[in-house]
Design a binder for this molecule. Structure first.
Ligand SMILES: [Zn+2]
Length: 81
């Protein structure tokens, strides 16, 4: 068996600096960020995505506390916890 055939990783998103690839042979997702590489489950990917999105929204809110600029609120209604 050709192992490179088994591990035909597909780039799901990102670029050389930060990306998520999927190996159907192993049913594994791999998150690469700089020199760091993490093998994660699909569930972890969703959790990570949700946490990052929440942090992004909260950060924007903290930097933009004037009520007139609170149009990030609609995004924060998404389920987070
Ligand atoms: Zn593989």
């Amino acid at each position: 068996m050709d192992s490179s055939e088994e591990h035909k990783k597909t780039l799901l998103s990102g670029n050389d600096d930060c990306c998520v690839v999927f190996c159907p042979g192993c049913n594994v997702l791999e998150l690469s960020f700089g020199a760091m590489s993490l093998r994660i489950s699909a569930e972890s990917l969703y959790t990570l995505s949700s946490v990052l999105n929440h942090a992004k929204v909260r950060h924007a809110q903290l930097q933009n506390t004037a009520p007139a600029n609170a149009n990030v609120q609609s995004v924060s209604k998404a389920r987070v916890h």
